[in-house]
Ligand binder design. Structure first.
Ligand code: CA2
Length: 157
């Protein structure tokens, strides 16, 4: 069974504890359980990883770049959190692994918020973007990734 990475960036470990108006009241553990269940429905094994450290996120993208080349991984759903708006290094990592499809996912609509959130360093390297659907956006992103890989997957909704 091919693997899919659900990658979450800084402070998303705090999901559900504060700012429910922006990010909902679901915990990161619940988001990850939701993603694993969606992966199972689609026929993929979902691995979840969250870090507050840019380098740890980069290392995980490199790992999945290798798995993708070996035919063992399908791609990645990535909420880079605030690194979206700052990190040339994460854009370089995604471009550097060359081929791994990364779907950028944001819980809130970053385009309807402060001007500094309107720009993403990740989007130019992304295979797709899901923004502003709340936590269900992760499932939409997983389905989009699966559809890109195999539009005829009978498990797709
Ligand atoms: O909307 C998103 O998913 C964001 O990636 C969330 C980031 C934000 O910096 C991006 O602009 C948009 C922030 C995640 C912080 O999450 C918290 C959750 C609960 C309490 C505090 C922070």
């Amino acid at each position: 069974m091919k693997k899919v990475l659900v990658l979450n960036g800084p402070n998303l470990n705090l999901l559900g504890t504060r700012e429910p108006a922006l990010y909902g009241s679901t915990s990161l553990a619940d988001v990850e359980a939701l993603c694993r269940a969606a992966g199972e429905r689609l026929g993929y094994e979902v691995e979840c990883f969250q870090s507050n450290w840019e380098g740890a996120l980069i290392d995980k993208i490199h790992e999945y770049g290798r798995l993708f080349k070996q035919g063992l991984a399908l791609g990645c759903v990535f909420n880079p959190s605030a690194f979206t708006h700052t990190s040339v290094a994460l854009q370089d990592a995604i471009k550097g692994v060359d081929g791994l499809p990364v779907i950028e996912c944001h819980i809130s609509n970053v385009h309807a918020r402060e001007a500094f959130r309107n720009h993403s360093y990740i989007s130019p390297a992304a295979a797709g973007i899901v923004v502003g659907f709340g936590v269900p956006g992760y499932v939409i992103a997983l389905e989009g990734l699966a559809r890109k890989h195999d539009p005829d997957n009978p498990r797709l909704p």
